[in-house]
Design a protein around this ligand. Structure first.
Ligand code: FPP
Length: 247
């Protein structure tokens, strides 16, 4: 462990160790609802509120990129009713909340095969992305129908076809070539990856990109995660010493 924690305000003001990119696996909505004898959807609805609070806080704290894992390629195996309701919530979030994000300088981006979602949702997403494209304060990346292995496989396929067609020499392929072909190529790799609800897995999220990320597993269920919990996570990050394989 390194030096004592600098308070966040000092880090922001003094240009201390603030992560540029924070990625979050939002887990525990179902358990939050179950504890209260509520339907799972109540947990997801509260989860959206938590996500909004965290996006606002990310802007306030000066994060460049916040990536939220909203729906994985594996989530299709949930009951159709829950999948349908999650899509409804997402639709509502984009309709109702993107305007506020846009006013606060947030640029919305999506990774994952979101084009496989319902056509009206795809259109809403494309419009929201376009509407916020010139914002530069914080980039909110929503991972939707996202799976890291599929993303890496696609990058490998692209490189293989470049090699087959003579555009690149296979022996000259480096990690940077792979990085550049991932959907996240516009942003720095995540410095801090948080998973809520006590589970300690990456669940096919940003496997390549998180190679050197600090991992933080917190017991808080996602609906209870907000500004204070993000601040605590950033303080933890500031206390860790990153060595990137060196000494
Ligand atoms: C995990 O809870 C969460 C999800 C499956 C994703 C849903 C996320 C939200 C509704 C927040 C969405 C935010 C945005 C910006 C669209 P879980 O159901 O896996 O919980 P459990 O493990 O306790 O059952």
């Amino acid at each position: 462990m390194g030096q004592a924690a600098a308070p966040l305000e000092a880090m922001v003001a003094g240009g201390g160790r603030l992560p540029r990119h924070v990625a979050i696996i939002m887990d525990g909505n179902g358990r939050w609802a179950k504890k209260r004898l509520l339907p799972r959807m109540a947990g997801h609805r509260k989860g959206i509120e938590a996500a909004k609070a965290v996006v606002r806080a990310a802007g306030e704290f000066g994060l460049e990129v916040l990536t939220l894992y909203a729906f994985s390629t594996e989530n299709w195996s949930r009951p159709a009713e829950e999948v349908g309701e999650l899509m409804g919530l997402l639709r509502h979030f984009i309709r109702a909340d993107v305007a506020e994000l846009a006013e606060n300088g947030v640029q919305l981006r999506v990774i994952g095969d979101y084009r496989a979602l319902a056509p009206d949702l795809v259109k809403l997403i494309d419009e929201a992305v376009e509407k916020t494209a010139s914002n530069t304060k914080t980039t909110l990346v929503i991972a939707l129908n996202y799976g890291s292995q599929a993303e890496i496989t696609q990058a490998v396929r692209d490189l293989a076809s470049d090699a087959a067609e003579g555009r690149i020499d296979p022996v000259a392929i480096t990690a940077e070539h792979v990085t550049a072909r991932l959907e996240t190529s516009d942003w720095p790799a995540p410095d801090l990856l948080i998973r809520t609800s006590g589970e300690q897995r990456l669940s096919n999220f940003l496997l390549w990109q998180a190679a050197y990320a600090e991992l933080l597993f917190v017991d808080t269920l996602w609906p209870d995660f907000g500004r204070a919990e993000l601040k605590a996570a950033l303080d933890q990050y500031a206390r860790r010493e990153r060595r990137f394989g060196g000494l």
